[in-house]
Design a protein around this ligand. Structure first.
Ligand code: Q46
Ligand code: ZN
Length: 300
């Protein structure tokens, strides 16, 4: 196998691109995909400060690594979910990454913000842990960005994540979720910052290879609550399809973005109000985050 660019021995084959690359040219290919995502969706400019949400895993740290190298003004945000050893270890990876590159890292503890960490939230709400966790993460990313005066939050979602989310939404015909499935969500209210996913063109395997070649020290273990999550089952199905037909995930996601998503854009915009307690955006009186933290605090 030879590198498509230089003809040297290749270290990775990308079947969906019908290409193979040596280590330096693969890294350049990876960076080019991120540049293309940022350019195509006008995600941010070099003048804008960007909040990069990091979990300690390969995707978010690979994203942060590229953005720092490209000269973007980044601040990391680590949300400590209070998930036993997993949170302790993943926080350590983020702190070490930021210290090594001398970049700012903000840390917020869900326990301080909601009243309890994710394991207790799971018990109190009697809902899957990812439900309260995801809600808290989305809320806190936005609020921290607003508090810090940062206009955009970047997350490390990759092609596999995005294809799996789309697959889940289509399986249940969650038509209200489909317009929000996008690599870049604009701010639709002064209290909502932009949300972007610069890795959406890159697969999980590619971010793992990039993190390895860049010697990024990331947490390999998954969150213990990820086991059994339906998103994992959806990823398995898509991986099998990808094996049979390389490019299947790419075609599924990109075909949706190009051809189908516009059809699901809501004709009428929902009315966004401000939560009477915390002032963040909601469609009711009290936002879902404030309701969750009330429920948690009542039970303690
Ligand atoms: S951290 Fe939270 Fe994930 Fe763990 S509890 Fe679920 S949502 S799986 S990305
Ligand atoms: Zn609120």
């Amino acid at each position: 196998m030879k590198c498509r660019k230089c003809g040297d021995a290749a270290v990775i084959e990308l079947r969906r691109h019908n290409a193979a690359f040596c280590a330096p040219d693969f890294q350049e290919f990876f960076r080019n995909q991120v540049r293309e995502a940022i350019r195509k969706h006008k995600m941010f400019t070099k003048d804008e400060p960007v909040l990069v949400a990091v979990s300690g895993g390969k995707d978010s740290l690979a994203l942060w690594d590229v953005l720092i190298d490209e000269g973007y003004r980044t601040t990391g945000l680590y949300l400590d979910l209070g998930i036993f050893d997993y949170s302790v270890a993943s926080r350590g990876k983020c702190e070490a990454f930021a210290a090594k590159r001398n970049v700012p890292l903000l840390i917020k503890r869900v326990e301080e913000e909601v009243g309890a960490g994710v394991p207790v939230i799971k018990q109190v709400t009697r809902r899957p842990p990812c439900s309260g966790c995801g809600l808290s993460k989305r809320y806190l990313m936005n609020r921290v960005a607003l508090d810090e005066g940062l206009p955009v939050v970047a997350t490390g979602h990759n092609l596999d994540d995005e294809a799996a989310t789309l697959f889940g939404s289509v399986m249940h015909w969650r038509t209200e979720a489909l317009p929000r499935q996008s690599p870049a969500l604009a701010s639709t209210h002064p209290k909502l910052v932009r949300r972007v996913k610069p890795l959406y063109r890159l697969s999980e395997r590619e971010t793992a290879a990039f993190a390895f070649l860049r010697r990024i020290d990331y947490i390999v273990e998954e969150c213990p609550f990820a086991v059994g999550a339906t998103s994992i089952a959806h990823k398995d199905i898509l991986n099998r399809m990808e094996d049979a037909a390389p490019g299947a995930k790419h075609n599924f996601l990109f075909g949706f973005l190009d051809k189908a998503r516009p059809a699901f854009e809501r004709m009428e915009a929902v009315t966004l109000l401000e939560c009477t307690r915390c002032g963040q955006v909601t469609t009711g009186t009290l936002c879902a985050f404030c309701k969750l933290s009330d429920q948690v605090k009542r039970s303690l």
